[in-house]
Design a protein around this ligand. Structure first.
Ligand code: ZN
Length: 315
């Protein structure tokens, strides 16, 4: 009888200890049982991947599909990508038809996976019309004030799907937005170094219209908004005429577009007895690698602005 009583007490003590443990140290006890699964987030372009990593940090697992130098207009989902997308809890992509060849894959995703076209949260009044009627230019990241709206959207989506870490997401987003604010001011300050007639940006494709609208540049691209279309000799001749007429000093390469197109323009300009310099590479549709010092969104935009101002600046 006494033995029975002792073992009862023993089990009671164990029960009380376990219960108190659960009550007072719930996270620790939960982690003993098995950590809550982290959100698995897949992003398309590297600018979005960068924001999601900065906001989510250790609380989420982030996979970016498109690395440095990848052209999102032409990118087709590989077999590995389809598996990554199918395993995701959340998918962030730009939308506005930027990922033109991936549209079908993204739209065919299982309904349980939340897919967010982040650029499509921007009010239509702030968007620039696209090459075709009823479409919009998708290159919104080149206007830092629009990118702020996207950071806000990513913050809200992360909080909605992982409310447990809401406080951290808010702090991270607040820091990131402060950096964006500083960057926006920096660009406006740097642009002042150029005379109004120097503010003409000629690039390989039409990626910089938002930059032009936000910071007061005339922007001309050899190719349209998508890199999908063919370039004709007529396009090259027309652009060469424009460069000579406006006495443009430099034209710029883009990291995700072959150099030969811009070289053809330079040749056509030289044939008209005007010399135009080929300026440094700009990062239009993808971040750079670490050597390029353009491996984050903030660094990429700063790189572009510095390259543009340095190249076009003449006393
Ligand atoms: Zn583009």
């Amino acid at each position: 009888m006494w033995r029975y009583f002792c073992s009862m007490i023993f089990f009671l003590v164990i029960f009380v200890v376990l219960f108190c443990g659960l009550y007072f140290f719930p996270t620790k006890t939960v982690s003993l049982i098995g950590e809550k699964k982290k959100l698995n987030v897949v992003c398309t372009i590297s600018m979005i991947t960068d924001v999601v990593k900065a906001l989510g940090q250790d609380h989420i697992i982030v996979t970016g599909l498109m690395g440095p130098g990848i052209d999102p207009h032409l990118y087709k989902a590989r077999e590995g990508d389809v598996h990554k997308l199918a395993d995701a809890d959340l998918i962030f992509f730009n939308g506005l038809h930027l990922e033109g060849k991936m549209g079908d894959v993204l739209h065919a995703m299982n309904k349980k996976i939340v897919t967010k076209a982040v650029a499509e949260v921007i009010p239509a009044t702030l968007l620039i019309e696209g090459d075709f009627r009823g479409t919009f230019d998708p290159h919104v990241w080149h206007d830092v004030s629009l990118w702020l709206l996207i950071v806000q959207e990513i913050q809200d989506v992360l909080i909605k799907h992982d409310p447990e870490h809401a406080a951290d997401y808010l702090i991270n987003a607040k820091n990131y937005k402060r950096h964006l604010q500083d960057l926006d001011n920096y660009i406006k300050e740097q642009i002042q170094r150029l005379k109004p007639e120097q503010r003409i940006l000629v690039t390989a494709h039409d990626a910089f219209h938002y930059f032009g609208k936000a910071y007061g540049f005339t922007v001309v691209g050899l190719q349209g908004i998508s890199t999908d279309a063919e370039i004709s000799t007529n396009d090259i001749q027309k652009l060469a005429d424009y460069i000579v007429e406006k006495k443009v000093q430099a034209i710029f390469l883009e990291s995700s577009i072959p150099e030969r197109n811009i070289q053809a323009v330079q040749k056509a300009v030289q044939a008209r007895n005007w010399d135009v310099v080929i300026g440094p590479e700009l990062f239009s549709d993808a971040l750079g690698d670490e050597q390029s010092h353009a491996e984050t969104y903030l660094k990429m935009v700063k790189h572009n602005v510095d390259a543009i101002v340095k190249t076009l600046h003449k006393e």
